[in-house]
Design a protein around this ligand. Structure first.
Ligand code: NAD
Length: 329
């Protein structure tokens, strides 16, 4: 019987389907196994966070596919997989809408001061100081989207629904495609100076690291609200803390922090934002892509890729072109 290793929790519907079709080894929960104890007979892996290094891959003689549940592949040695004739696949777009909706969860929470308002009510203060909680509306304001890919385009569609004017900057986007999505393609400089809300949706690359720094923050409107649900490191956090403390901009909301790579459990002490004291800053802990729907979609797509490859077909979302060996034919 086919043997499948599932590294971390996936949607229970999908797990039930896999269990009905194969022998399943789980890398989590009470029945957790160590992958290396079962690796000899495993045909397919559905992978979330675990590291699939060269050693692990080389201990997997039957393995035909590592199906990532998500898009990043930095936890897989792609070259080792390719050499060994193993497909590596991803689930692109599975959480694009989830991230885009989280942008608006953060933006509206900031615009209407929801965290402060909740805190006051819970502290027994229903009506005092209500004047401090006057918010702003999205309708009629300008949304600036940096990176007009899968998530950026979805943010544009939602922003239009709120009655916002949408500006976008992206080096590969065509003005006519951006216009067809209801937005206007502009330079980063124009976007930064004109937008009321700025949302970042670019990958973290050497060229995009700290793309928002002291100079960019200084050119934003005093009323600007900046949102980063993309990757820590795109915004210079020391410059952001300074801009918020000096009230150069109105607020910021981050789902990702540069210090996540230093301490996944509590990155905040490694940032320029001391616990809870930076004004106008909302934080969530890398949950933008985490919805029931996105989880189901990612699991369904990863499992479909496994089924395709085990049936001898090519997957739909490969990130490599494996050297297929006779042993895997
Ligand atoms: P995508 O590849 O579809 O789009 C990225 C876009 O950024 C591309 O169109 C690219 O041309 C553009 N870009 C690159 N460099 C740029 C620059 N200097 N200026 C402007 N645009 C630039 O990616 P996506 O699926 O939209 O994802 C965007 C980001 O969101 C990724 O970094 C991803 O890691 C992150 N993400 C975060 C979460 C989360 O849970 N917080 C979940 C999913 C994705």
């Amino acid at each position: 019987m086919t043997e499948i290793y599932v590294s971390d929790p996936i949607h229970p519907y999908v797990l039930a389907e896999i269990k009905a079709a194969a022998t399943v080894h789980l890398g989590f929960g009470p029945d957790k196994v160590n992958y290396l104890n079962v690796s000899k007979n495993v045909d397919a892996v559905i992978l979330r966070a675990e590291n699939f290094t060269k050693d692990v891959i080389e201990a997997s003689p039957q393995l035909k596919i590592i199906a990532r549940h998500g898009v990043g592949t930095n936890n897989v040695d792609i070259d080792a997989a390719t050499d060994q004739g193993i497909w590596v696949t991803t689930t692109p777009g599975a959480n694009s809408n989830a991230v885009a909706e989280h942008v608006f969860a953060l933006l509206l929470a900031g615009a209407r001061k929801v965290p402060t308002a909740t805190h006051r009510v819970r502290a027994g203060n229903w009506s005092e100081g209500k004047g401090d909680l006057i918010g702003f509306e999205l309708s009629g304001r300008t949304m600036g989207i940096i990176g007009f890919g899968a998530i950026g385009r979805r943010v544009a569609a939602i922003a239009r629904g709120f009655g916002m004017t949408v500006l976008a900057c992206d080096p590969i986007a065509k003005a006519e495609d951006v216009a067809a999505a209801g937005a206007r393609l502009v330079s980063l400089d124009e976007l930064i100076t004109e937008a009321d809300a700025i949302s970042i949706h670019v990958p973290l690359l050497p060229s995009t690291r700290h793309m928002i720094g002291v100079q960019e923050l200084a050119r934003m409107k005093k009323s600007a609200f900046i949102i980063n649900t993309s990757r820590g490191g795109l915004v210079d956090e020391a410059a952001l803390a300074d801009a918020l403390n000096k009230e150069l901009i109105a607020g910021a909301a981050f789902d990702v922090l540069e210090a996540e790579s230093i301490d996944m459990k509590d990155p905040l002490p490694h940032t320029p934002f001391p616990h809870s004291t930076t004004p106008g800053l909302l934080l969530t802990a890398h949950i933008a892509g985490q919805t029931e729907e996105a989880f189901l979609e990612a699991g369904t797509v990863a499992w479909a890729e496994v089924q395709r490859v085990l049936a001898g077909e090519a997957p739909s979302h490969p990130v490599n072109q494996p050297n297929l060996r006779p042993a895997h034919a």
